[in-house]
Design a protein around this ligand. Structure first.
Ligand SMILES: [Zn+2]
Length: 240
């Protein structure tokens, strides 16, 4: 089919659309960042039923992180409270200093005005974030989580009970270290971590790492019960 004139036309159309769409998405995502308010954010209600005013957009990329999807970013699905954004950017930057090869994929966080963001059950008041797990290749080198559209932008990936998926495995030591970095940066901005959701079978794997043993009070924030979806490929944090 591809050799036929119609096939060639179809292939050319796909390439053309992609070539036009990519810069458009890029521009739309960064335009959202540029248009962000400078007024303090106002978070109302709870993570399960709330709203957000003067939200901030998590940039598509920066030191130590990049978005799960340029489309999701352009559509405005990565808004949070200003203090949450600042906390995350600082925590990614801190992690980047100690582990420069690591690039965390940021997931969905919230809409510009908060409220229901399907299919999530919370993420309503700008205080919830999803971040994809830090993963390594078999030889231990950091890899970015593959968040392609055909895996529901990463959310449909299924890691086994020990944190493996094909050649990738979850780096629980890097995760524990990152959670401490988030905690430090949150406190510096008058926030605290209220809840961390990872799938229950990963809680002991996280706690038995070197940094996991030093989580202290933060260890009590880990949920021990299964959530509405299995949090294997990403973890969720609620701030308060
Ligand atoms: Zn979430």
């Amino acid at each position: 089919m591809i050799g036929s004139p119609r096939g060639k036309l179809a292939a050319l159309t796909i390439v053309t659309v992609a070539a036009i769409a990519f810069p458009a998405l890029l521009a739309a995502a960064w335009l959202r960042v540029a248009l962000d308010s400078s007024v303090p954010s106002i978070s109302r209600g709870t993570v399960n039923s709330g709203s957000l005013e003067h939200a901030r957009m998590i940039p598509p990329w920066g030191p130590g992180f990049s978005t799960y999807s340029l489309l999701g970013s352009a559509l405005g699905r990565q808004y949070v409270h200003a203090n949450v954004r600042d906390t995350l950017i600082a925590a990614f930057a801190a992690h980047h200093t100690s582990e420069p090869e690591r690039v965390f994929a940021t997931g969905e966080t919230g809409l510009p005005g908060g409220g229901r963001i399907r299919p999530h059950r919370s993420h309503e008041n700008g205080m919830s974030v999803d971040i994809f797990m830090p993963v390594d290749a078999k030889n231990g080198t950091p890899r970015r989580m593959p968040t392609w559209p055909w895996t529901k932008f990463g959310y449909a990936l299924e890691f086994d009970t020990t944190g493996n998926l094909g050649v990738l495995h979850i780096d629980f030591e890097a995760l524990a270290r990152f959670l401490r970095e988030v905690d430090t940066e949150a406190r510096a901005r008058g926030l605290r971590i209220e809840r961390i959701i990872v799938t229950p079978e990963y809680v002991p794997l996280l706690l038995e790492t070197a940094s996991g043993r030093n989580l202290g009070e933060l260890a009590t924030r880990l949920t021990r019960k299964p959530a509405w979806v299995r949090h294997d490929e990403h973890f969720h944090i609620d701030f308060a």
